[in-house]
Design a protein around this ligand. Sequence first.
Ligand code: WTA
Length: 652
Amino acid sequence: MPDSAQHDAQTIHVLLEEGRAFKPSAAFTAQANAADKDIYERAEKDPEGFWASFAEELDWHKKWDKVLEWESPDAKWFVGGKINACYNCVDRHVQNGKRNKAALIWEGEPGEKRTLTYWDVYREVNKFANALKGLGIKKGDRVAIYLPMVPELIISVLACARIGAVHSVVFAGFSPEALAERINDAEAKLLITADGGFRRGMIIPLKHDADFALINTPSIESVVIVKRGDFPLRVKEGRDHWYHRLMQEADNYCEPEWMDSEDMLYILYTSGTTGKPKGIVHTTGGYLVGTYATSKLVFDLKPEDVFWCTADVGWVTGHSYLVYGPMANGATQVIYEGAPDWPDRDRFWQIVENNGVTVFYTAPTAIRAFMRWGEDEPDRHDLSTLRLLGSVGEPINPEAWMWYHKHIGGEKCPIVDTWWQTETGAIMITPLPGLTTTKPGSATRPFPGIKAEIRTDSGEVVEQGGGYLALTRPWPSMLRGIYGDPERFRDTYWTKWKDGAYFTGDGAKRDADGYFWVLGRVDDVINIAGHRLSTMEVESAFVDHPDVVETAVVGVADEIKGQAIAAFVTLREGVEMDDRLEERLKEHVVRKIGAIARPRQILFSAELPKTRSGKIMRRLLRDIASGRVPGDTSTLADPTVVEKLKRRYEED
Ligand code: WTA
């Protein structure tokens, strides 16, 4: 078990004895989209029929012939169906009386506000789809998107979906090198970026950064630049085009490309246990059904709701619960560009109050930051419009859950703690807010139709107790592959057990009521502020520096971010240690990956604990970095190394 898992297991133990539980109010249940307990049983009896009932609520150009074809690890959902994701998120609402409904209410960090109705989105998306076509983008081509949280980010994603181009959104906080790596892996033909974006009052010069990436991305033929501000940049004639100029010339209507249900919708890169990020592939029909159904039942979306998911579209949460799920439901959403503490620590509550937000979805790391900033911040605002709260990204510690319940939810809003992954595409384990009695810290039980188990290494099912979390039945929004690497796809997710069940990489526990408590990763993935980074990726960034010969990176508990990076570094012989070396190395890692990867601490050491076969024992390093007594050292080549390191660490 990883450190966070051990820590949480203790918390959970205490909590279970305490037995706090929250039943939904009768009033909430009475109005809920999922109000009938039979839903679980119905879905269990006929999962394919259950999912098909949601597919029926979408608009298909041609109905599917068969719901599912499945042979682990290959799934095909809604086989033979033709559908367009953009059409379902935009056109059908324009046709069904939601033409003038607000789709996106956007606030820029400096304070501007723009509201786009479904009609506005329709116009913009059609035009931009035509602009992309004009630049030679066809069905199946990959388009990289590197934008701040502006409406054009959502428009770009939907425009790609409209013409059948595969989008690959790269979080704007990633470095140029990380961007280049993702562009090259997908062999993207076009990049959409912006002159810049705002973060805590600073300007992030995105195009300027992207220019560094573009030196090494031979597949890119054109670049589209969204004008966010008035930020200086270089425009390369012939290759670079301003978004607003293209839009002036573009036609108003673009026929959607009718995609096969199994045609690729997007690639999204996520960290795995090895250095190279994995391009997770999602296809069209099933993904849309999964995100549509979960948005409807978990967030209980109603036409009058104002939904705010605080995630960036650079992560899967933004893909599924900002773009596709809510928009397929015709929701009204708030989008915010910047930081929660800019200009003040009550910015989020100001936004909730100003826009009458009703359903709010954020991450535990944010909740812990709010806790630290104190309840005065939310207390100064009228949050009475809120009726439902959500959490995602990492285990939520019970104290944070209780604070969220009390100070944001006013003790009246159900909380949905939703467990899922980039790979699962949609929420897998979650309360249904009108039905489930929640326990702080537990994601409760699988969504109807989903089958989850706790398993031992050898595949035995653990009814009560801890083990590995497995998903043992296919689901519509499941990943269809790792882009260009079928072998890695198979090895990472599908070969842990003989029966070909999906291995999540998470450890979890199941209690006497059958509730799931997800504890954290069991592999070398670190979860920083709800964002996945692999230790290997960070290590590669370190050893890329000329002064470093070897390094081992581990995740350590962090009060706000959940986990932080601690690095053990061996320097090249003869390198002069000076005060600034640590800072230089940290900067180097940030340059390679992005600011989220900034190590919290670096310990320099001439030796690292290794087994006789030369494998670094990260487990011992984790113990040292967490201030624990190091565990079993008997397999070490040189047991004295650990003692030395421990002493050094304590002095540091
Ligand atoms: C963790 C984010 C506990 C988990 C949607 C998972 C969670 C990884 C929860 C996926 C939760 C996400 N409770 N842990 N409610 N939600 N996780 O791909 O370790 O960025 O495997 O997807 O985050 O991260 P990813």
